[in-house]
Design a protein around this ligand. Structure first.
Ligand code: FAQ
Length: 324
């Protein structure tokens, strides 16, 4: 147990040494603990972007709620989209423990200072895309988030445990849509194949750039904010997806995919990194639409925030009056 008395006069280098020792000993960092400013800022960046991804991620699926093919499918999709809102809320709250307000995070999203996952800038054109998103996008998100359950910041790690449980359900509902389509009529099978072809590559991009290009990985791994690297997680996802594609009886979108006995992994084609950087820099198919929609929803909800503030003020005034 790393448990040394920390006082206001403890020098910064000693604080940093104790902080790293705590991390190396797999102890969690909690909101009131001392932490280097760069650790705090890096966490705010990653966690707020994660929260934004959950919230913006509601839009591509929200687009299909009214067009889902049955009442049951509408109810399932609706509750999945609501779960994503919940994930955004846990993550915004967890990020607020680092000393940033929700309003500041929203401004960063709406002005383009903060990113969100590139995948949500791709359009959802068919019902098959709901299957592909649940299966591949939630599947990739889980692959990453299971490792984040062991992240060094306590509130983030705890929120990941609950989120992963819900994402697992989301992944299964998506795969079930794919099973029905892939084993359905020829037109349904074509729809499933088309969705797989369009969502496979952007799902692999969710893991971020190659480790050699990743600006934050080295420090995030040292601080155990990230527990596995972008490339290792992507490889895990590539490997696990092969048998799922086979079971569906669909063609693998990567024609160069080949088992490498020596590595014990599949070798695969490299991604289109120009496309990745173009999307994360705001030029994907739906970037503008996603932010415009968020801004409009935020403005439409202004009266709720104003009503809550007025109610809280009234409550405080009543308490003060009663106490006087
Ligand atoms: N999209 O140095 P790195 C979900 C940026 S949740 C956009 O490698 P890092 C649920 C990165 O931010 C999905 N930007 O960065 C759901 C950085 O830019 P910055 C979200 C990306 O942080 C499912 C720059 O590139 N999950 O899907 C992307 O060490 C279905 C350099 O990159 C999380 O956020 C990208 N794909 O590693 C909802 C998990 N990749 O900030 C609805 C938590 C990289 O310097 C429906 N996050 N960038 O301006 C992480 O694990 C990490 O942040 C990574 C990136 C792995 C995403």
């Amino acid at each position: 147990m790393v448990n040394k008395m920390i006082t206001n006069t403890t020098p910064e280098t000693e604080l940093e040494r104790l902080f790293q020792a705590k991390i190396d000993a797999e102890q969690k960092i909690e909101p009131k603990d001392w932490m280097p400013d760069a650790y705090r800022q890096n966490l705010i960046r990653q966690m707020s972007q994660h929260a934004h991804s959950e919230v913006i991620g509601m839009q591509p699926e929200g687009n299909w709620i009214t067009r889902a093919p049955s009442l049951r499918r509408k109810a399932v999709l609706l509750s999945k989209v609501q779960d994503e809102a919940g994930h955004g809320l846990y993550l915004y709250s967890a990020t607020e423990t680092l000393g940033i307000s929700r309003a500041e995070m929203i401004t960063a999203l709406q002005t383009g200072t903060a990113k969100y996952a590139s995948i949500f800038n791709y359009p959802t054109q068919t019902w098959g895309d709901m299957g592909a998103i649940g299966w591949l996008v939630d599947g990739a998100a889980i692959c990453n988030q299971v490792s984040l359950q062991r992240t060094s910041y306590g509130p983030y790690a705890r929120s990941m445990i609950r989120i992963c449980k819900e994402e697992s359900f989301h992944q299964r509902q998506g795969y079930q849509i794919m099973i029905e389509l892939a084993h359905g009529t020829p037109a349904q099978k074509d729809m499933a194949q088309d969705s797989l072809n369009r969502f496979y590559w952007p799902s692999l991009m969710m893991f971020g750039p190659h480790d050699s290009e990743s600006a934050h990985s080295a420090r995030s791994m040292k601080w155990k904010i990230k527990r596995e690297t972008n490339d290792d997680l992507r490889q895990k996802f590539i490997d696990q997806t092969v048998s799922q594609i086979n079971y569906l009886g669909l063609e693998h979108p990567d024609k160069a995919l080949e088992w490498n006995e020596e590595r014990g992994h599949y070798d695969s084609s490299d991604l289109d990194w120009d496309e990745f950087y173009s999307v994360i820099n705001g030029n994907g198919h739906c970037n503008r639409q996603r932010i415009q929609h968020h801004v409009k929803a935020h403005e439409d909800g202004a009266w709720v925030r104003e009503a809550t503030a007025a109610y809280n003020l009234k409550k405080e005034q009543r308490l003060a009056r009663d106490a006087a």
